[in-house]
Design a protein around this ligand. Structure first.
Ligand code: ADP
Ligand code: MG
Length: 260
């Protein structure tokens, strides 16, 4: 059961980030409950990816604070945040060519391991035990997303939809508490979107908290408990699908533009 109680898993308050004096994210508040699937929508350039980068730590915050499970994380490195349970599938994430699905997913497991990717990549002897553990975690994640049959194929030979599923497996390696998915369905065909939606539903049933950035409103409304609408770096609306659909500011800023 989703808990919309007083203690959210993620709480961001007053987040701000500008580039060259122009705000990409401005005074954004975001509270996401344990087990919730939240969608973040908004036109191109609204600040969705920047918001994700602030939460995952790829970009330092200029103002505001972020807590995960009540613990302050906004001053921590991306690696520390990953270790505490923040995982991200970046917009347009690429596969590593010449590497199998398993190897691609292992890179994700390395990013949250204590030894880190480099030590693992260099195969230092003292890291061999950890290497085995990482491999086991990667295999488990591949199984979890239903890609076991593809594990030893070169990743670039997978259809795009399967590549996206692989990116999700990579993010799941660190057993995240919060998974950020930045436009995971973009460019996918209908059947592939359907498969991805089913995977997100499965993860949701397993209790994983997710934030999903997506342009396809139908895709979002099916999967999300609540929707946050960004425009020009600010939250202009937040609520359930039906609340959002009828909000005049949302229609003007986003749905209107999409329809045109
Ligand atoms: N690294 C960056 N350097 C300069 N401007 C950036 C950078 N990242 C994002 N921006 C700007 O911030 C705004 C928000 O971008 P972004 O977060 O990518 O939007 P969205 O993901 O909603 O399309 C845009 O105006 C974009 O040009
Ligand atoms: Mg983006």
């Amino acid at each position: 059961m989703t808990e919309f109680g007083p203690d959210p898993l993620l709480e961001a308050t007053g987040l701000a980030r500008s580039f060259g004096g122009v705000y990409a994210v401005r005074d954004v508040d975001l509270r996401v409950a344990h087990g919730e699937v939240r969608a973040v929508i908004g036109p191109n350039g609204a600040g969705k990816s920047t918001l994700f980068n602030l939460v995952s730590g790829q970009l330092p915050v200029q103002r505001g604070r972020i807590t995960l499970g009540g613990r302050r994380i906004d001053q921590l490195s991306p690696h520390r945040r990953a270790h505490l349970g923040v995982a991200i599938v970046f917009q347009g994430a690429r596969v590593f060519h010449g590497m199998s699905v398993l190897e691609n997913v292992m890179v994700g497991a390395h990013s949250t391991s204590r030894a880190g990717f480099l030590a693992g990549a260099l195969r230092l002897p003292r890291h061999r035990a950890e290497e085995r553990a990482i491999r086991a975690r990667a295999e488990e994640a591949i199984e979890r997303v239903g890609l076991a049959a593809w594990a030893h194929r070169p990743a670039e030979t997978l259809p795009l939809g399967q590549q996206r599923v692989m990116q999700v497996a990579r993010a799941l390696c660190g057993e995240p508490r919060l998974l950020l998915l930045d436009e995971p369905a973009s460019g996918l065909r209908a059947a592939e979107r359907e498969r991805l939606a089913t995977l997100i539903e499965q993860l949701r049933a397993e209790g994983l908290t997710m934030i999903l950035v997506e342009h396809d409103v139908a895709f979002v409304t099916r999967l999300a408990d609540r929707i946050t609408v960004l425009d020009l770096g600010e939250v202009i609306a937040e609520g359930t699908t039906s609340e959002i659909r009828t909000d005049p500011r949302v229609v003007a800023a986003y749905l209107g533009k999409e329809a045109s």
